[in-house]
Design a protein around this ligand. Sequence first.
Ligand code: IMP
Length: 217
Amino acid sequence: MTTVFIATGNAHKVEEIRAVLGGPGRVFLCQQDAPVRLEPEENGSTFRENARIKALTWATYLAIDVCNMGVQWVLADDSGLEVDALNGAPGVHSARFAALDSGRPGNSPDSENNAKLLRLMDGIIPERRTARFRCALALTPVLAGLDAAAMAAGTRDFDGVCEGRLLAQPSGAGGFGYDPLFVPQGWDRPFAELGAEVKNQLSHRARALAALRAGWV
Ligand code: IMP
């Protein structure tokens, strides 16, 4: 039995990861199963750095004998949207895009992030509304003895990208985040309308998870 701890408080991410990686012999725990709330500061300048910060913070906690819960691996996801017309913004600030203006700490509601994005994209023609989702996964072994350097050295990175374009109006009720605005390449409806089954075949996260599955134990 392999027990993996998914280091995110985002229930949608947990659901997508479980849907793609789940199978016999694998148990997934997540932050809700832990008796503490760790909130690592995501101050990296890349998705990969932030995924590693989250994975290593939780692995260090779970490496303490009494905290372990049977976990052998920590899996962290850092992801976001890059919009060409905005020079790659919101990028690593995707979760707190709206709060960048107000200075409020923490993440912003999806509705506020989407509203800000639509405002900035107002008047931009369809051909220039290209964007992509990126996902960085960090998979860290939980090693007894609290050897943070060994856990960092043993961490493996997997990336996924999904190209697409942005609508001028949100549409659909599925998914989360920017899903009501993002139409993946080759489709004519946003992720929020396409549903979980399609999203889990072609999203940035699905692609990073496929790479992980191929290169894992
Ligand atoms: P993180 O939890 O710090 O990695 O922030 C991820 C943010 O990027 C989310 O809050 C969303 O705004 C956005 N994002 C990442 N993945 C997706 C996705 O699959 N659909 C829609 N938005 C996403």
